[in-house]
Design a binder for this molecule. Structure first.
Ligand SMILES: CC(C)(COP(=O)(O)OP(=O)(O)OC[C@H]1O[C@@H](n2cnc3c(N)ncnc32)[C@H](O)[C@@H]1OP(=O)(O)O)[C@@H](O)C(=O)NCCC(=O)NCCS
Length: 252
């Protein structure tokens, strides 16, 4: 009985061509490898996404919460046709991107999370995700939204995405933007970089295990910094802290 119900609950993934890994040199001179991860690597990613739930800056909290749910659902077979790519430097996790296939012709971009800042690693991994949808899966378009101003600059403005406001995006039902094949072709020479094949020793290092990010975004270390968030509508750390204090005072 239990087994039968699991068969109903578990979506059947469409067979999707894998993403061929690539590598590139980033602004620091280090080498970034972008590759698709297997389902059994997801628990390791969850370990590194979880701390970002507490980073309000640049909407890491909202994006991390959603990425956590999407990765967990993928791991436990509760999400259909999802793929996950990672960016690694020296084996260390530098970015996570994911998305899914809606139909053979349409892709849905889910999230981009940079765990190493300031090197456009998020932008490179987003470009890899678009490359996957358009070039590898042969889709005509990808639906995209931004949850942060940096995301809006990186995707909507840099790629000059088209509005598809009549189509709600899976992320919160907000109006979608769209990357078409024509837009991707226009961006190809400037925004999409990387070489193939990845040298075997470099790929082996990346596949050997996902090492922790070297300098991930962290929540503010002091209360003064948290107080600044009071004037920010996203100041959830302060609100949570205040709630805890009020609760404690009530019990005193
Ligand atoms: C959006 C995102 C993926 C872009 O990643 P990225 O391309 O690697 O870019 P970064 O975030 O490192 O840098 C973006 C800007 O912030 C600045 N910046 C912020 N923090 C920085 C840091 N610690 N070091 C250096 N630069 C930093 C950079 O100067 C850069 O400016 P630029 O746009 O003029 O180049 C990343 O900011 C991120 O993960 N944000 C939180 C989640 C999110 O919003 N995801 C997208 C959802 S739509």
């Amino acid at each position: 009985m239990g087994v039968d119900l699991e068969q109903i609950l578990r979506p059947i993934d469409s067979p999707l061509a894998p993403y061929p890994p690539k590598f590139m040199t980033v602004a620091s001179g280090e080498t970034l490898v972008i590759r698709q991860v297997d389902r059994d690597e997801i628990p390791t990613l969850l370990l590194h996404v979880e701390p970002l739930l507490h980073v309000e800056r640049d909407f890491y909290d909202v994006v991390a919460a959603r990425v956590y749910a999407e990765l967990l659902a993928h791991y436990r077979y509760r999400m259909q046709d999802e793929y996950v790519l990672v960016g690694q430097i020296g084996g260390h996790l530098a970015a996570i991107v994911n998305g899914r296939t809606v139909s053979p012709r349409q892709g849905m971009s889910l999230h981009t999370l940079a765990l190493r800042r300031g090197l456009r690693i998020g932008a490179h991994c987003f470009a890899a995700k678009m490359e996957y949808h358009i070039d590898i899966l042969g889709q005509d378009e990808v639906l995209i939204v931004a949850e942060s101003p940096i995301g809006f600059r990186r995707w909507m403005i840099e790629y000059q995405l088209e509005k598809r406001f009549e189509t709600p995006h899976e992320l919160g039902g907000v109006p979608s933007y769209c990357l078409t094949r024509a837009l991707f072709d226009r961006a190809r020479s400037s925004l999409v970089v990387g070489r193939r094949p990845v040298p075997p020793e470099l790929l082996a290092q990346a596949q050997a295990g996902i090492l922790p990010p070297t300098d991930p975004p962290r929540p503010p270390a002091d209360l003064l910094a948290a107080t600044r968030a009071m004037y920010d509508s996203t100041g959830t750390a302060l609100l949570l802290q205040r709630g805890r204090q009020e609760l404690e005072a009530g019990h005193a």
